[in-house]
Design a protein around this ligand. Structure first.
Ligand code: IPM
Ligand code: MN
Length: 354
């Protein structure tokens, strides 16, 4: 296959983790006879620097022309005092909205290969054999509602709204995912307080008629936040709105042991984007210490999206072997850790020699 990929390195550790991911994708390409063509696109702090805009038109246009977007991470403390709308993170928010990347998929798995202290809370192995996936709505809700100040700037508001269409389209994808997995879907909301949450429940309940094989249940987000820690095995597919999904996915990273391991896919109707869940980790920039696995596994989700089943399996297997063999960064292997590029090189070697 030939695939055109827009690559956004972004800020902080972005260039380093993207470099490893491209290395791995090229190894997969070599092994399976695929050609991947990459176009580098500016976004975040580097785009503010050059264009005065965290997501310039040139970048959006370039993304439209590709088969998928591979995204590192954005965020730079240098711009902390910029107005809302002109911070590096706004570049990502703008791209999600413009490209209509409405469905963010964040798989959460435990890694038996990692000696995770958190597995032993109350002497129970709470986090072993966990495997669930978060379907986070990504282009609506409070993130995108009208915001502002009044009362001479002493009061502020962020408006949260959802439409039937926005809920239904991600609802279908979440139900379908449940059908292909353990057939359980949990809608996480705050319908004891919020009207938008009541709409979510109403619509998802109605949709259930067409997915009656799925075991559907509901949890308030505060309770869900606790269940993720005390009983994570109860989950299969979690469906939730934008901000709840943001918070719950960072929380869930403790199950995998490090936020640096979590990948994600943001699915749109025309194009999709693949990015690690973590941020730009500016303190680690240029030090060759960042965990590249969240980004590499996002690359693997991209291969899956391209329909490359064997390729995805091989890449995921190579990642697990690299962790088992101790080729991993300090966040998951504090005693005998490796550098970012040593991890990438090892996974590349595993792929080419398999
Ligand atoms: C994420 C990030 C973003 C979000 C930030 C960088 C805007 O935290 O992808 O989870 O809040 O969605
Ligand atoms: Mn987040």
């Amino acid at each position: 296959m030939i695939k055109y990929i827009s690559v956004i390195e972004g800020d902080g550790i972005g260039p380093e983790i993207i470099k490893q991911t491209i290395k791995i994708l090229n190894a997969i390409g070599l092994k399976y006879n695929h050609q991947f063509f990459y176009t580098k696109v500016l976004a975040g702090g580097s785009a503010i620097e050059k264009f005065g805009d965290p997501m310039p038109k040139e970048s959006i246009n370039s993304c439209y022309k590709s088969d998928a977007i591979l995204f590192g991470c954005v965020g730079d403390p240098k711009y902390d005092n910029n107005d809302l709308g002109n911070r590096p993170e706004d570049g990502l928010l703008k791209l999600r909205k413009k490209m209509d990347l409405y469905c963010n998929i964040r798989p959460i798995k435990s890694y038996p290969e990692i000696d995770n202290d958190a597995y032993h809370i109350n002497n129970q192995k709470l986090f072993s054999n966990v495997d669930f996936v978060i379907y986070r709505e990504l282009t609506g809700g409070i993130y995108y509602g009208k915001k502002g100040r009044y009362n001479n700037g002493e009061s502020a508001y962020d408006y949260c709204s959802y439409s039937k269409r926005e809920i239904e389209r991600i609802g279908h994808l979440a139900f379908q995912s449940a059908l292909s997995r353990k057939k359980k879907l949990t809608l996480v909301d705050k319908s004891n307080v919020l009207e938008t949450s009541r709409l979510w429940r109403e619509i998802i309940k109605k949709m259930w008629c067409t997915y009656s094989e799925v075991n559907l249940d509901f949890l308030y987000v505060d309770n869900a936040a606790m269940q993720i820690i005390v009983n994570p095995k109860r989950f299969d597919v979690i469906l939730t709105e934008n901000m709840f999904g943001d918070i719950l996915s960072d929380e869930s990273s403790i199950i995998s042991s490090s936020l640096g391991l979590l990948p994600s896919a943001s699915i749109g109707e025309k194009i999709s984007l693949f990015e690690p869940v973590h941020g730009s980790y500016p303190q680690a920039k240029g030090k060759n210490i960042a965990n590249p696995l969240g980004c590499i596994l996002s690359g693997s989700m991209m291969l899956e999206y391209f329909g490359m089943v064997q390729e995805t399996k091989l890449l995921e297997k190579a990642v697990r072997i690299s962790i088992k063999d101790g080729f991993s960064t300090k966040d998951i292997n504090p005693n005998s850790y490796k550098n970012t590029d040593e991890v990438g090189d090892y996974i590349k070697k595993l792929i080419l020699s398999s």
